[in-house]
Design a protein around this ligand. Structure first.
Ligand code: ZN
Length: 75
């Protein structure tokens, strides 16, 4: 991750050498920073109950917490 002209640029994230889905470009820099702070794609944990996700097999599109029922509807 790096900042270019004060805009947050997300580089292709990888986990265990495999690419993980990129964020769509419809987010503002502020929204991206919010996502970086709470989304399990970046934190590895459910933002609601903090149960860790299985980051070796992250969902490609639809994040859902089996523990508390949190569902991602932002990506
Ligand atoms: Zn949860």
């Amino acid at each position: 991750m790096r900042f270019v002209d004060e805009d947050l640029v997300l580089e292709q994230p990888t986990y265990d050498g495999r690419p993980v889905p990129m964020l769509e470009q419809r987010f503002t820099p502020e929204e991206k920073l919010e996502l970086l702070d709470y989304h399990p794609l970046f934190t590895g944990r459910c933002p609601q109950c903090e149960m860790p996700f299985d980051m070796k097999n992250p969902p490609s599109a639809h994040w859902e917490c089996a523990h508390c029922g949190w569902v991602d509807n932002t990506l």
